[in-house]
Design a protein around this ligand. Structure first.
Ligand code: ZN
Length: 311
């Protein structure tokens, strides 16, 4: 797995109210907040990271909560569904939980040989719990209300909706070494053998659908996982050789990042495993302090004052 794209690293989405986002992901879904920091490009905004105990790549969903953010619209050129892997017999637990807690959700259904339960977060972000047909022995974070047997294990897949799936598929196969694994209707499933989990990208062909509009309740980008910066820079060369623009390496404190827009319009990132979320907080305290990158530390007092208080 050293020289490969190792599936999804994280997915980043836009939210509205910070407290509502925090309550939903930590209490309703039972994820661990593994880092509370600010948007490095806009320190007046939080950046929340949710994941498993350690914030392992492939389990990390992140949000920019913008108070009063205009609602976005799902559409083409966008990641439109986030798939979480759960144990096979856990979907009934979740359907009942969503009913009781008034979470907008659909019915349990079948797709690509797997049962899944679609739901929306409070901003309308579309997520699915999928009883994965692939082995998944990742150890989930457990809470008082969401026991380990039913908890989400991390990502199963991400779905990209595209006017034309072919140019995006070419990046997945020719650059990222994914293979077409199946098709059902307009949905094409691509998967990598480099890693057993968070290894799927579904492409949905929607030639007549309008372009997505970025805003609350939509995904901002999808980050793919690489072992280290050396592998990352090798992929940078491959992407440049396809004639695509890609940023220089950017230090995100918990990983190093490169960004490029794939030909279908979705913002992709390549993110490293190193150094990880314990770089500035011990494991048992992850997510409990507001952590700032070094350039904003002198402004901590004013930043803390401008951010919404989190209970
Ligand atoms: Zn990112």
């Amino acid at each position: 797995m050293t020289n490969n794209i190792n599936g999804i690293h994280h997915i980043t989405a836009i939210a509205g109210d910070a407290q509502r986002n925090f309550d939903f992901y930590t209490r309703v879904l039972g994820l661990r907040m593994v880092k509370r920091t600010v948007n490095f490009d806009d320190p007046g905004t939080y950046h929340f990271y949710y994941g498993n105990e350690t914030g392992t790549p492939g389990t990390i969903l992140t949000f920019f909560p913008w108070e009063g953010a205009a609602k976005g619209r799902a559409g083409t050129g966008m990641a439109t569904e986030i798939g979480y892997s759960v144990a096979k017999d856990s979907l009934e637990f979740w359907a009942e939980r969503f009913r009781r807690l008034n979470v907008r959700h659909g019915e349990i259904a079948e797709r690509m040989g797997e049962s899944y339960l679609p739901f929306e977060d409070p901003d309308g972000l579309r997520i699915e719990l999928i009883a994965s047909k692939y082995p998944d022995d990742r150890k989930p974070w457990a809470t008082d209300e969401v026991a380990a047997e039913v908890a989400t294990k991390g990502f199963h897949s991400v779905t990209l909706t595209l006017r034309d799936v072919r140019p995006t598929a070419a990046i997945l196969t020719d650059v990222f070494d994914y293979q077409l694994e199946g098709q059902e209707g307009d949905r094409y499933r691509y998967r990598t053998d480099a890693i057993p989990t968070a290894s799927i990208v579904d492409l949905v062909a929607a030639p007549n659908m309008a372009r997505g509009l970025s805003g609350g309740g939509t995904n901002h980008h999808v980050a793919f996982r690489v072992a280290n910066e050396e592998v990352q820079m090798a992929f940078r060369e491959k992407i440049l050789s396809k004639g695509l623009h890609i940023t220089p390496k950017i230090n995100r404190d918990y990983f190093f990042s490169l960004y490029f827009r794939e030909p279908g319009g979705v913002l992709f990132e390549l993110a490293t495993d190193n150094p990880g979320f314990t770089v500035d907080e011990p494991l048992d305290q992850l997510g409990t302090h507001l952590k700032l990158p070094v350039q904003y530390e002198p402004m901590r007092a004013s930043i803390e004052q401008s951010l919404p208080i989190l209970h």
